[in-house]
Design a protein around this ligand. Structure first.
Ligand code: NAD
Length: 257
């Protein structure tokens, strides 16, 4: 793997790094010289990706954990520290979506969205920040969504939960800027991943603005996971050293119109 890359020697934790845009980031970050720890609840996919990249000479490790559960976050973060000695970059990418009319949502579903999309980012950030503050440097990247700016039909709880993690990113940046911490949100529109395809399929079932023509009208075409990974790489690397508390929309005009 690349010993002169943009993330050379960086120790990175990627939640949700086993599939989709998280996996594309795992691949890209490893190719750019990072040591990558994937923390994901999908054990089969995580182990497979880890095996594939390790065979190519990358330093990639996998820990199975549900990052909405405090004990599992603490256990996996401890394991990453044991393996890597430090964490330079946390990519809060894990997340889920439920598509439904607002009035059909239950309190359990509200909790599920908040737990997976907001609490998980809180738990992970809280677990890695002390180490970053001690070393005087650290980067957090949060996968938010265009939904925080332009509401999509039937995604009220998803957008609300992402708005919470989005806001967390900005607040951490403001609170810890002068102690060497950067935190930024990246906001994709529809991406060709299990999450994105499932989202589009559900919207289509409801007859909502998600035909191929609609998607093309809103964002030209579907976004590829690698295009999200490239922006995550920029935010994770020193190339974005003066970008802090920002939001970058990865949406090919979705929110610009
Ligand atoms: N795909 C899109 O269209 C799109 C658009 C905007 C934002 N996003 C965001 O991207 C992220 C989803 O990633 P993707 O599109 O690469 O989809 P994906 O479904 O391919 O990958 C999501 C990964 O997160 C993991 N995960 C989910 N909840 C978890 C938990 N509680 N603990 C541990 N692992 C968990 C899954 O196992 C999976 O590996 C989410 O945060 C989502 O909100 C996706």
């Amino acid at each position: 793997m690349n010993s002169l890359g943009k993330l050379r020697d960086k120790r990175v934790l990627i939640s949700g790094g086993a599939n989709g845009a998280g996996a594309a980031s795992t691949r890209l970050f490893a190719a750019e010289g990072a040591h990558v720890a994937i923390v994901d609840k999908d054990r089969a996919a995580g182990e497979l990706l880890c095996k594939e990249l390790t065979a190519k000479g990358a330093d990639v490790i996998f820990f199975a954990a549900d990052v909405s559960i405090p004990e599992e976050v603490d256990r996996s973060v401890r394991a990453v520290y044991d393996a890597f000695g430090r964490i330079d970059v946390l990519f809060n990418h894990a997340g889920i979506i439920i598509v439904k009319p607002f009035l059909d949502f239950s309190l359990e579903e509200w909790n599920e969205m908040m737990d997976n999309n907001a609490k998980s980012a809180f738990l992970l950030s809280r677990a890695v920040l002390p180490g970053m503050l001690e070393q005087g440097k650290g980067v957090l990247v949060f996968t938010s969504t265009t939904g925080v700016r332009a509401a999509t039909h039937l995604e009220s709880l998803y957008s609300a939960s992402k708005a919470a993690m989005h806001s967390l990113s900005r607040s951490i940046a403001v609170e810890y800027r002068d102690r060497g911490i950067r935190a930024n949100a990246l906001c994709p529109s529809f991406v060709r991943t299990r999450h994105g395809e499932n989202e589009i399929e559900q919207l289509r079932d409801y007859g909502i603005l998600a035909s191929e023509r609609d998607v093309n009208m809103m964002q030209g075409r579907i976004c590829e996971p690698e295009e999200v990974a490239e922006v995550a790489l920029f935010l994770a690397s020193d190339a974005s050293s003066f970008v802090n508390g920002a939001e970058i929309f990865v949406d090919n005009t979705f929110t610009a119109v």
